[in-house]
Design a protein around this ligand. Structure first.
Ligand code: ZN
Ligand code: ZN
Ligand code: FE
Length: 765
């Protein structure tokens, strides 16, 4: 008979809140091993004894086929003296045994087994809206502290009933140690409140359903905050929602019951479908199918060829969808620009004159979390807002020998803010926090920093920040009394793309975005860098142009059209164009010519200029709107019968001289202006511009890559949310024989900046 040995196994990674402990009990029992398993800090610790071959089998199972939601990093095994124990159980969590690894689970959409129970009239959880198990349910949004235990979540105050306790304590039950376990007898419940009416539980749901069916607007509390919902097939209801939310044009997302319904509304590639149905359940932006649009109110995404679709991700969503029997508009429960409402008080206060009724529940939300958004095009998907379901799952940093030992807090940029912590070879990024200039978003920023630091128990060695002195995140870092690492904005963008691909080698990065502070204290945004995780060198940039009126130039794209026309073609051209754009054209031209006016190399502002030249809107109501509509026009045009293969103007004038090269898009401006005067369509102007810009970027980046001796081009920055531009540049670079890196799981926009900062600061330590 072989000798009995005992081993202590430490498992790092995403190992808590993913059903790891009950899974370990089942595996150990199957193999006839004795001992215990428990959470310790962010790790999982198993002490286990038996014969060597069986212990090896146990460790191999952890490495090779762990529970489906787990992400196993390091597995550390040490031999210790056998104790001669029998049986295998879960021991209480040991707090404080901190390691560098971080492991807070993300929220998980309701699993099929739980759904089956909710649908089963004979089950004790029939129609219970908060059903969950070890494989599904809220996590990040309800966890107050680690170790992940019921006592450290927002459901701690719901005492378990006898039946739930039995399931929770039975190693053979699929709810063994499901921390947020609940049922109708002991768990959270619904409450309806409307003008002169209130109800609880089933009646609350029925009242909310009746309100929605009748065309009402309901504020419904979900996993990460409140949503405003209306029937998506009721044009009047959608119109009322727009009017009351003061949201004129920004597209709404639509929740449909199944992926089959979704595929009747939008074109779903295999990758898009996989993401849509994943336990992360993001909003998937995909091309709509024109034929069946009649089933949705036209006011949902006016003029857009894309539609944002999502599937139910909590039992409450499933019950609501089934009862209403129609797709639902689901939009965040906030006033425009404010963060999503999190508590009943905030919802009632913020949404009183928007919602006709409130469907509350009493499971507190500890972390407010918006729906995540991924964009699907061709066969690709790209995360553009990484929040519920994704945050705070760790992202592995590329291995960099001799570095990465320091822990980093990275505070991100200003818009689409996120914060990140790098430690132990991984980055944990927060949920989407919003635009920091809004006081509530800034509060969320401060709360997210404190919460992530306490969850991960990281005491950061350095704080990484943007170079922009006016960003509130930078000011916060300056006041933090820690060693600082300033990371240039576009270097952070390129680094975020490298992290997305697990790479650390030098690449030529095309970083095009709105605005970012440069090393020369001017506003950059149309940059080609030679960069790795440690350093970046500016190889080329767009020709600088005035930003007349600063923030006003961002809100009013016509200002950029006029300024570019004057610069690229001349004052006569601007004088012809000006009266057509705005009464204030002469003042703006004077402002543009003034030496004190800021100059920028922004790629985003170039898109604004072309959009206004092409006949698009002169002012915008949300960030990136003009560029999004310009892309749309090109996409629709290229799909249409009238599409010709217009001559593409040569992208850049002049021969590049000393570095950094200046890329002058004047020929594109001149071309757009000429087509405008010839009354060509916005689609044609836009398509021509997209091709010219892509051609120019390909030529410049390939030349620069060859000179620098690198074989890879990375596409990053908010402008590369534009899938048409991305496809055109990626094709060109690939045709030239180089490798191209496109964002996948890390947003190309400023939501990815903190991840890039964390990687750079960690590589530099
Ligand atoms: Zn479940
Ligand atoms: Zn119960
Ligand atoms: Fe940016």
């Amino acid at each position: 008979m072989s000798r009995v040995e005992r081993r202590r196994i430490v498992v790092r990674g995403t190992v808590q809140g993913v059903g790891f402990r009950p899974w370990a009990v089942r595996q150990a029992t199957r193999l006839g091993l004795a001992g215990h398993v428990g959470n310790a800090g962010p790790d999982l610790i198993v002490e286990i004894e038996g014969t060597a071959d069986r212990l090896d089998a146990f460790v191999n199972t952890i490495r090779l086929s762990p529970p489906p939601l787990a992400l196993v990093g390091e597995v550390e095994v040490a031999g210790i003296g056998p104790l001669g124990v029998a049986g295998f159980d879960v021991c209480p969590s040991e707090p404080g045994l901190s390691t560098a690894a971080v492991a807070v689970p993300a929220d998980v959409a309701t699993c099929d087994a739980c759904l089956a129970e909710v649908d089963d009239p004979a089950d004790r959880r029939h129609r219970y809206p908060f059903t969950n198990c070890t494989d599904c349910g809220p996590r990040y949004t309800i966890i107050r502290a680690l170790p992940y235990d019921r006592a450290t979540t927002t459901v701690a105050d719901f005492a378990l009933c006898v039946d739930c306790r039995r399931e929770y304590e039975d190693p053979g039950d699929r709810r063994f140690h499901a921390e947020p376990i609940a049922c109708g007898a002991c768990g959270p419940s619904l409450k309806w409140e409307a003008e002169g009416a209130s109800a609880v539980k089933e009646e609350a749901l029925a009242a909310a359903v009746a309100c929605v069916v009748a065309g009402g607007i309901v504020a419904m509390k979900g996993i990460g905050g409140y949503h405003l919902i209306v029937r998506a097939d009721d044009a009047a209801a959608v119109g009322r929602l727009r009017q009351r939310k003061k949201r004129d044009e920004k597209p709404f997302a639509v929740m449909v019951a199944t992926a089959e319904v979704a595929s009747t509304l939008v074109e779903l590639s295999a990758a898009a479908r996989a993401e849509l149905t994943s336990p992360r359940r993001p909003i998937v932006l995909a091309r709509r199918r024109p034929v069946v649009n009649a089933t949705l109110a036209s006011g949902i995404a006016p003029g857009s060829p894309d539609l944002g679709i999502l599937l139910p991700y909590s039992p409450l969503h499933h019950l609501m969808m089934a009862a209403v029997g129609a797709p639902l508009v689901m939009t965040s429960g906030n006033r425009t620009d404010e963060p999503i409402a999190q508590s009943a008080d905030a919802a009632t206060r913020q949404l009183a004159d928007i919602a006709d009724g409130f469907l509350h529940h009493d499971r507190p939300i500890h972390v407010r979390c918006d729906d995540s958004v991924v964009r699907a095009s061709g066969g690709r998907v790209q995360v553009v807002r990484r929040s519920r379901g994704y945050a705070p799952s760790p992202i592995r940093l590329p291995p960099m020998p001799g570095t990465g030992l320091a822990s980093v807090l990275a505070v991100g940029a200003e818009l689409k803010s996120t914060v990140s912590i790098a430690s132990g070879g991984a980055v944990v990024a927060s949920h989407h926090l919003g635009d920091l200039e809004h006081p509530a978003a800034y509060e969320a920023f401060e709360a997210a920093v404190a919460h992530l630091l306490s969850l991960t128990r990281v005491d950061p060695d350095v704080v990484a920040h943007d170079l922009h002195p006016e960003y509130l995140s930078t000011k916060w870092a300056m006041a933090a009394d820690r060693p600082l690492v300033g990371v240039q904005h576009h270097h952070a963008h390129v680094a975020s793309c490298l992290v997305d691909h697990g790479r650390a080698d030098p690449v030529v990065g095309i970083a095009f975005d709105g605005l970012g502070f440069g090393h020369d204290a001017t506003l950059w945004g149309g940059e080609i860098l030679l960069a790795d995780l440690r350093s970046a060198q500016r190889l080329a940039h767009l020709r600088p142009v005035a930003l007349p009126g600063g923030a006003a130039a961002i809100r009013e794209p016509w200002r950029m059209a006029l300024t570019w026309a004057a610069l690229a073609v001349g004052p006569e051209a601007a004088a012809v164009l000006g009266p057509d754009l705005d009464d204030r054209w002469e003042q703006v031209l004077a402002l543009a010519a003034a030496p004190s006016t800021f100059r920028t190399t922004s790629g985003g502002r170039l898109f604004d200029a072309i959009a206004a030249l092409a006949g698009g809107r002169r002012t915008i109501s949300y960030e990136g709107q003009a560029a999004a509509e310009l892309e749309t026009a090109a996409v629709l045009y290229l799909d249409s019968a009238e599409a010709t293969d217009p001559d593409v103007a040569d992208a850049w004038v002049g021969t590049p001289g000393a570095e950094p090269w200046v890329l002058d898009p004047s020929p594109m401006i001149a071309d757009a202006l000429a087509r405008r005067l010839a009354r060509r369509s916005m689609g044609e102007i836009s398509a021509t511009f997209h091709r010219a810009l892509a051609g120019g970027l390909v030529r410049a980046s390939v030349l620069l890559a060859k000179r620098a001796g690198v074989g890879t081009v990375a596409l990053t920055g908010g402008v590369f949310q534009n899938m048409l531009l991305t496809d055109l540049v990626a094709e060109g670079v690939t045709r030239a024989g180089l490798e191209v890196l496109v964002h996948r799981n890390v947003p190309p926009n400023d939501g990815g900046i903190s991840i890039g900062q964390a990687a750079v600061a960690s590589a530099c330590q």
